[in-house]
Design a protein around this ligand. Sequence first.
Ligand SMILES: [Ca+2]
Ligand SMILES: [Ca+2]
Ligand SMILES: [Ca+2]
Ligand SMILES: [Ca+2]
Length: 543
Amino acid sequence: MSHQVQEEGRGVGRQGVALVLVLVAALLLVVAAQFITDNLGGDDPVSVATTTRTSTTLFAATTEPPGTVATTTAPTTSTTSTTVVRPPNVIPAGTVGRPWGSVKGLTMFRGNPTRTWYGTGPIPQEEPAVDWRYPETGGLCGDSSVGGETTTWCGSGWTGQPVVWERPDGVTEVIFGAYDKSIHFLDAETGERTREPFLTGDIIKGSVTLDPDGYPILYSGSRDGEFHVIALDRDVPEELWSLPATVVDGIWNDDFDGNAVIIDDILYEGGENGWFFAIRLNRGTDSDGKVVVDPEILDTFPGYTQEMVTELGNNQSIENSVAVFGQTVYFANSGGRVVGMDVSDVSSGETEVVFDYWVGDDVDASIVIDRDGMLYVSVEEERKNERSAEVGQLVKLDPSKPDDPRVWGVRVPGKGGDDGGLWATPALGDGVLYAATHPGDLMAVDTETGEELWSDELGWHAWSSPVLVGDTLVVATCTGALQAYDITEPTQPEPLWTAQVSESCIESTPAVWKGRMYVGSRDGGFYAIAPGRSASPGSTPSS
Ligand SMILES: [Ca+2]
Ligand SMILES: [Ca+2]
Ligand SMILES: [Ca+2]
Ligand SMILES: [Ca+2]
């Protein structure tokens, strides 16, 4: 079945288009690379350098929300502009640590394809307080069944990072999926609904992706067996298309927890069925100016091998969020296989495994990629096999040495009855990686040597990914707090404040936007935290 799917993208016309794109890319590569080298740093967005797309109005007549105009500029002669340009379909080193796309916002889990941008500051320097809770009382709860056992889940969990973006009409909107099976849309200032919730068929664990190129489209997985593509330019959010996990003959289950990346109309996503997908969205507008897609599955690929299934069993799900550098898409699966796929020819349906490494145990955190293209892989302790003990739980890999890529590995043992390892995705600082561990420590690790420079206790079960903006690091804890650190001296973080948000565990990753923070808790609520208007902690749900 997979082969039929793979064939769909291989039209002659498509190859012609691909050839033109490759030529354009080659022409722009040198100029763009130089430009990027000259313009590192800052919060400025990254634009694609292309002669085929300029200042395009994506939809004209609109109702709610007002139209988004995406402009793609290619300032190839200016050296004073701070916009970074890049060749199409390529993620250059200069994109690391920067926002992604033309939309002003945090549009995806960890902000960009290398999973290294966490929002726009500042982060409050003094203890903030809960500004609003959604809903005001009660919780966002839903029942979900696995293997005949039904559990009630409340709030939002792992990874659960919200999208925050500045709409063209001036409203800053927060968007997140929750355990009540719905995607919620809120006014960041007030916590009021901006749109009707979008209901899926099961709980949502992952993070949503807002189209980074200005199309009014949202992308979300769910436990319901579908990956959803949702239009935001209708009266209510409306599904345009969905990818069923059953499109391939997968193993394990049909959930989608991983967060999708969209690069120049191609969406990359991994599923808990164990497969990786590359989908050309063919985004556009209809005659009424409404956004449409006409998706085409370019490639499907099983993240597992038969050998892995024989050795480790069927749990070969992909729950981590794909990361991209250059023209290689990286993902890892529950068997501990770290895969790099060359997608330079994905438009013609051709991908190739160019990196393949086994860390031994489940990888659910996202791979983080630095400017040298080095991979930081966070491994859980579930299988606890020899390989995992040997490789370590926080591992740096050098893809330029595919035969022996391990640069270093840090052991993260269990403690106090908890397993070791990491579920959270580390934050990449200046020569330092900040990682929250399952046993409950926040570690600062030297990216060159793997030396553990510093650590602090967060409690236990730290699944929320640390967020780094400017010289401030903030991390949510399973005791329901946000903890901030001053990292002016990156190797020696200094505690700044601890703000109690909720009485339940926070597993979701916070989003930071201009002095405010947004995060969901397992108590059922979703919170905005801001410089203190009141000193009172979050209201406790009434039920
Ligand atoms: Ca399911
Ligand atoms: Ca899952
Ligand atoms: Ca897993
Ligand atoms: Ca796991």
